[in-house]
Design a protein around this ligand. Structure first.
Ligand SMILES: [Zn+2]
Ligand SMILES: [Zn+2]
Length: 196
């Protein structure tokens, strides 16, 4: 039986809050604090995928929403950058004679890693993409180290202890504190490219 009298409604999330508003999808009563404006009317947080923020509920922007396919592509591209960049870096060290160019390799790889992750994810920005872009720089450093170790005839891994703390470990492997610092900086720099 239909009634023309509006019964008093109370918000589903805040039972003490009287309201006249209902979610346009699930029809639950919602108060002003919970109502999220959408192109199809006011909706409750559950029906919009809204999350609680400091100033109320808000719907995460499209910009930060990344599909699993976009993550997959971003990770694949990042691995490509890390492997190619790392090999170039490691090979440059082996050819040698020009000193340690690690700073410039880190700089170039972090630029490319951030750029590639940003572009391939359709310019999405979120913390997960920041980790992916940053990982490209760290992985490139590892690839460079492994490439140098694997390809060089001058370095015999069984005599590893000989190289520790020796100038050869700096010369051939670039294992210095400042290079480690550059890699961390480069990872942060790459991550900035996809920061929300
Ligand atoms: Zn709803
Ligand atoms: Zn409410």
């Amino acid at each position: 039986m239909q009634t023309t009298v509006e019964e008093e409604l109370f918000c589903v999330n805040h039972p003490k809050e009287a309201t006249l508003l209902r979610c346009s999808k699930c029809l639950n009563p919602i108060c002003g604090r919970c109502a999220v404006r959408t192109p199809v009317g006011w909706r409750c947080p559950d029906c919009t995928g809204a999350v609680a923020g400091r100033t109320g509920y808000y719907v995460p922007t499209l910009l930060s929403q990344v599909t699993s396919q976009q993550y997959f592509k971003a990770i694949a591209a990042m691995l490509g950058v890390a492997i190619l960049g790392g090999i170039a870096w490691g090979q440059f060290r082996l050819v040698g004679g020009w000193g340690d160019w690690s700073f410039w390799f880190v700089f170039a790889i972090s630029l490319v890693s951030g750029e590639v992750v940003g572009r391939i994810s359709n310019e999405r920005r979120n913390p997960q993409l920041m980790w992916i872009a940053g990982a490209g720089v760290v992985l490139a450093a590892i690839v460079a180290l492994l490439w140098t170790l694997g390809v060089s005839n001058d370095i015999n891994p069984s005599q590893w202890s000989l190289y520790l703390g020796e100038s050869i470990s700096r010369r051939y492997l670039g294992l210095t504190l400042s290079n480690g610092f550059f890699v961390v900086l480069g990872a942060l720099f790459a991550a900035q490219r996809v920061r929300e």
